[in-house]
Write a protein that binds this ligand. Structure first.
Ligand code: FES
Length: 153
């Protein structure tokens, strides 16, 4: 036994995570095609979709873990490991490209570029370049505003 290791706290934290996961899964019970909404909620709640979460989701939906993992690994919005979600996602689809998004990216300092993820269309095509930060969308970005958003993210 490890001396000083707080097993009780770890167990309590794990139980809270699993309770939260149960609530997310239950919220989509009976829905047609519940996997993607569940994965979105789990990603939003925990910042990633862990192995344990994938097992629990697979069991709840009567899927194999490989099926759930296949979906998680297919979509860029889902991450199996923590710490991979970029703080800001910049739209780099056609309309935002036509409105100069690549020039904005080129103006970003290298340190800021690593904090910027990519998304393909946020539905703000006519007012691009657009980005999303923490669930809030931002449009009509110029270089200065993009730097501000990246610094604040
Ligand atoms: S192409 Fe960027 S918001 Fe649609």
């Amino acid at each position: 036994m490890l001396i000083g290791f707080d097993w009780k706290a770890v167990w309590h934290e794990l139980a809270q995570v699993m309770d939260r996961l149960d609530v997310i899964i239950a919220a989509h019970a009976g829905r047609e095609g519940p996997l993607l909404p569940i994965l979105h909620d789990v990603q939003a709640a925990f910042g990633h979709v862990s192995e344990d979460s994938m097992r629990a989701i697979a069991a709840a939906l009567n899927l194999s873990r490989a099926e759930v993992y296949g979906v998680v690994s297919f979509y860029h919005d889902f991450h199996a490991e923590p710490g991979h979600s970029p703080a800001l996602r910049l739209c780099r689809a056609e309309a935002c490209q036509a409105r100069g998004v690549e020039a904005l990216v080129a103006e970003l300092p290298a340190a800021a570029r690593v904090k910027v993820g990519t998304v393909y269309c946020l539905g703000l095509c006519s007012v691009g370049p657009a980005a999303i930060v923490g669930g809030t969308v931002h449009a009509r970005l110029d270089a200065a505003r993009l730097v501000e958003l990246v610094d604040a993210a």
